[in-house]
Design a protein around this ligand. Structure first.
Ligand code: OAD
Length: 260
């Protein structure tokens, strides 16, 4: 991976530092250097596994044990990871600038852990997690049954009977994430698009920008006039909208862009 010229980083830094309302929009690439696998690109999970067998409501209905086994593996993996320099720089910036909104597609909780460590007075609420969280469950009958709770205990996926069940209705509990074919939480979508409409600048980090409607958040900010700075290992559909597109590693570039 090449390193962008200092002049490009300086130009991007100037665009971001002038923003009173900064939108930071992230994807799996921001967590790559923490050891969390991405979905696409080199080493991406969707190269080796089929999303429709693991991350759809149909997959859960067909084989909940297999789906829980995969999410259990991801939970254990992420629990061993820690926020990297990119999460930390974003969290420090958000703690110091109340006009910052962090919108992430990630379900790993690393932005929220970094926000806690940075002492953000807004706490974990400073992060909009568009695709949910690995560390929560909701009833498989959601929204007909409203059971939804934090859950980070290990899940025994030996067979259907050992999987977690809903106390209220007895149905299976499922991971509290958004699967392909499912709608995003309307409150999260509103918060994300509202931040995009009103942003003075937008920093996009580590997303292939291929999954909708999430990818439209950054495009909306750009179309509403916010200069867009992209940090990614490779070009994406957002690159052509970017005022500055930086090719490189998030953990190196994001602190260079945001730290005082
Ligand atoms: P992807 O895996 O699609 O894209 C990750 C991006 O990060 C790629 O463009 C990589 O080039 C880039 N990248 C990798 N390492 C990097 C690094 N160290 N620094 C900077 N960039 C790096 O991840 P997302 O765009 O987040 O959805 O994927 C979107 C959604 O697709 C996910 O939220 C998930 C997935 O299926 C659901 O689970 C609903």
């Amino acid at each position: 991976m090449t390193t962008p010229a200092d002049a490009e980083v300086g130009r991007a830094r100037a665009l971001l530092s002038g923003a009173r309302r900064l939108l930071v929009f992230t994807g799996a690439g921001v967590s790559a250097e923490s050891g969390v696998p991405t979905f696409r690109g080199a080493g991406g999970m969707w190269n080796a596994m089929r999303a429709e067998e693991l991350a759809t409501p149909e997959a859960f209905a067909r084989d909940p044990r297999l789906v829980w086994e995969w999410y259990g593996w991801r939970r254990e993996l992420v629990a061993r990871c820690t926020p990297n320099a990119a999460h930390d720089a974003i969290a420090r910036h958000a703690a110091a600038h109340a006009g910052t909104t962090v919108v992430t597609q990630n379900v790993d909780g690393l932005h929220q852990r970094a926000a806690q460590a940075a002492g953000d007075p807004r706490g974990t609420a400073s992060v909009v997690a568009l695709h949910g969280t690995l560390f929560g469950v909701r009833c498989a009958r959601w929204p007909a049954c409203s059971t939804r709770a934090p859950h980070d205990a290990p899940v025994d996926a030996t067979d259907r009977a050992t999987l977690p069940h809903c106390d209220a209705c007895g149905a299976l509990l499922r991971p509290d994430v958004v699967w392909f074919g499912e709608a995003l939480d309307p409150a999260d979508l509103d918060a994300a698009f509202d931040a995009a409409q009103h942003a003075d600048a937008c920093l996009v980090v580590g997303t292939s920008a291929l999954v909708q409607p999430a990818a439209s958040v950054a495009a909306t900010a750009a179309r509403a006039g916010a200069p867009l700075v992209e940090v990614n290992a490779e070009a994406t559909p957002l690159s052509s909208l970017a005022a500055v597109a930086l090719r490189g590693r998030a953990a190196e570039l994001v602190p260079a862009l945001l730290d005082p």
